[in-house]
Design a protein around this ligand. Structure first.
Ligand SMILES: Cc1ncc(COP(=O)(O)O)c(C=O)c1O
Length: 381
């Protein structure tokens, strides 16, 4: 169909294509060096059996309504109680996705006179929540504690009376580095504010017993955490850990919680089991740690790259087209590796994002790095 109303969308896609930024959906293919299924739980038999058992017990696939109406199933509440205790929070609230949880939180909790200071590399969902909310917001340079503090001091110097919110990821999704959480919490305390920690890539993997990197912090009522359930937990959805009063406030004010069908009770049953697996099977974390060490050694020796120190390892390329070419070459050789380009990462920092999971072994890792070294060498600018 040709229509001038559609032409502007076509023009955008053509523009993206020209800059090697057009994205396309493609089927799963090749050895997994890209998923966030860090502990291999998505295909674990224990998880499958728990969901099968839940079906057998009559737990429905669909909630049938919003949590505030008939959609509130006892399995949602059981999950929230267990998650609050697991993550060391007063309360937990369950959402259909991490994206929805972040939008709900940032559009609802920070108030009109508050200031959100967010890390420059924070996830898109936090940006969307901020845009939908009423508080002011300013970016701080990535992992620069002094920049967070300065932004709040400048704001206060202008006579501001509200409360500051610091927003960071504990383990950055595209860089694999960690936030200085203890220092950031101290800033939140000093300025009578809150620290929000998005644990999407740490939950299940890092911190004591896989409880996330914020789990070691003194929880003084100023800490809010997001634990996504679609990454290391192998299912889908997300749990916010937060003080009781804020959970109660969100149940009354967070529009995407109130005006949305509750997540599937079957998925909630799956997440309950995933939390138990995280607790009972520390060997999964140990194995991931060993694989990550193996990758780090090879990256250093074969590619001269300093490792990130986590299961997420960016291979910086810079140019969009070159990143896409190298990724496509590895894909054609049977390795599922994806190029990550702006706007997901800053302009000029296109990269390959290597994700290490229990879905691979040492032999596959060694073969991939061998081929990666060749592909990079043969595609020198
Ligand atoms: C840091 C971070 N926060 C939040 C999300 C959103 O979580 P979900 O995939 O459950 O919507 C993601 C997912 O990509 C993420 O990487």
């Amino acid at each position: 169909m040709s229509s001038s109303a559609l032409d502007r969308y076509r023009a955008t896609l053509i523009g993206l294509e020209r800059k090697s930024r057009r994205r396309m959906l493609s089927p799963r293919h090749g050895i997994d060096f890209t998923s966030n299924d860090y502990l291999g739980l998505a295909t674990s038999s224990r998880l499958a059996e728990a969901i099968t058992a839940a079906i057998g017990q009559g737990i429905p696939a669909g909630a049938g309504g919003s949590r505030l109406l008939r959609g509130n199933h006892c399995v949602h509440e059981a999950l929230e109680t267990e998650a609050a205790s697991f993550f060391g929070a007063e309360s937990a609230l369950y959402f259909g996705s991490g994206f929805a949880a972040n939008v709900a939180l940032f559009s609802c909790l920070p108030q009109r006179n508050d200031l959100i200071v967010y890390d420059a590399l924070i996830h898109a969902s936090v940006h969307d929540g901020i845009s939908a909310g009423r508080a002011g917001a300013v970016a701080a340079r990535h992992n620069d504690v002094e920049a967070f503090d300065r932004a709040i001091r400048d704001w206060r110097a202008g006579g501001a009376k509200g409360h500051p919110w610091l927003a960071v990821e504990s383990l950055y999704s595209m860089d694999g580095d960690r936030a200085p959480l203890a220092e950031l919490l101290a800033i939140a305390e000093r300025h009578d504010g809150f620290l929000f920690v998005d644990e999407a890539h740490a939950t299940g993997v890092l911190g004591t017993n896989g409880r996330g990197l914020a789990s070691g912090l003194e929880n003084s009522g100023r800490l809010l955490t997001l634990h996504t359930c679609g990454k290391a937990l192998g299912v889908s959805g997300a749990l916010l850990g937060l003080p009781d009063v804020l959970a109660g406030y969100m149940v009354n004010r967070a529009r995407s919680f109130i005006y949305s069908t509750a997540p599937s009770p079957l998925m909630a049953a799956g997440i309950r089991e995933a939390l138990r697996i995280i607790e009972d099977e520390p060997e999964r974390r140990h194995r991931l740690n060993a694989l990550q060490g193996f990758v780090a050694e090879l990256l250093r020796s074969k590619l001269g790259i300093s490792p990130s120190g986590s299961q997420i390892q960016p291979i910086m390329i810079g140019d969009n087209a070159r990143a896409v070419r190298i990724a496509a070459r590895l894909q054609s050789e049977g390795f599922d590796i994806r190029a990550i380009r702006p706007p997901t990462v800053p302009e000029g920092t296109a990269r390959l994002r290597l994700s290490i999971t229990l879905n691979v072994d040492e032999e596959q890792i060694a073969a991939m790095i061998e081929r990666l070294a060749v592909a990079i060498e043969e595609d020198r600018p």
